[in-house]
Design a protein around this ligand. Structure first.
Ligand code: TYD
Length: 214
């Protein structure tokens, strides 16, 4: 199947299983002979990696919330311009781990900057490019953090060190984003078994791809 470039993002709180699902979705596409690019912010883009190091360094506890939001938006812009847009232009399907909704949930709602305000700076950063489809992997924050703490996830960063209350707000923020963009964001119950989750996401993915087929 040939397709127009389609931009798909995966979102969710810590330990929601996004990264595992991204790999599974990519394998599903490849099995059907469909090329895709899997990436994550900052996506191996040197400039964005440098920005990310500044954001996530555990010693940067003095970072102001607006600075954090602007830096995420800046890193997003560079990754989008250097990697995502060129791939979409070539008709490639792009699967990206985290994008604009992370900023709406973490900076907009959990940090209390305001979802609309953070959306405004991200509109500038993305120049209006929104994902065509977003999977929001919803899980009770305590369960997600427990997965990371038990070593099934990745190393601990500055945002993991936030309180459970913060992560509960992140979840609320995602729910707000999902209500704002019902045509784009699909909420997936990520507390279930991996096969159930991947089965459901695969069905949504292939249904959406039909619309993008050329
Ligand atoms: P990362 O190591 O990529 O974690 P994960 O595996 O959970 O994706 O860390 C990214 C951290 O940055 C994560 O705690 C979420 C946070 N984040 C924001 O707060 N805003 C954003 O716009 C993005 C992209 C990430």
């Amino acid at each position: 199947m040939k397709s127009k470039g389609m931009f798909i993002t995966l979102e969710g709180g810590e330990g929601s299983g996004k990264t595992t699902m991204l790999q599974l979705l990519s394998s599903m596409l490849q099995e059907q002979g469909i090329d895709c690019l899997t990436t994550r912010e900052p996506g191996g883009i040197v400039i964005s990696e440098r920005i990310r190091e500044v954001i996530l360094a555990p010693e940067h506890t003095a970072m102001d919330a607006r600075t954090e939001a602007l830096l995420y938006a800046a890193a997003r812009r560079q990754h989008l311009a250097e990697k995502v847009e060129p791939a979409l232009k070539e008709g490639t399907i792009v699967l990206c781990d985290r994008f604009i909704d992370s900023s709406l949930a973490y900076q907009g709602h959990a940090r209390g900057l305001g979802v609309e305000e953070v959306l405004a700076i991200n509109r500038f950063a993305t120049n209006g490019r929104f994902p065509d489809l977003t999977f929001y992997m919803d899980i009770e924050p305590a369960a997600g953090l427990a997965r990371i703490a038990s070593g099934q996830g990745r190393e601990v960063n500055r945002l993991d060190m936030e309180s459970l209350e913060f992560h509960n707000k992140v979840r609320e923020g995602y729910q707000i984003a999902a209500a704002m963009y019902p045509e784009r964001i699909i909420t997936i119950d990520a507390s279930r078994k991996l096969e159930e989750i991947s089965g459901e996401m695969g069905r949504y993915l292939f249904a959406a791809l039909k619309e993008f087929a050329v």
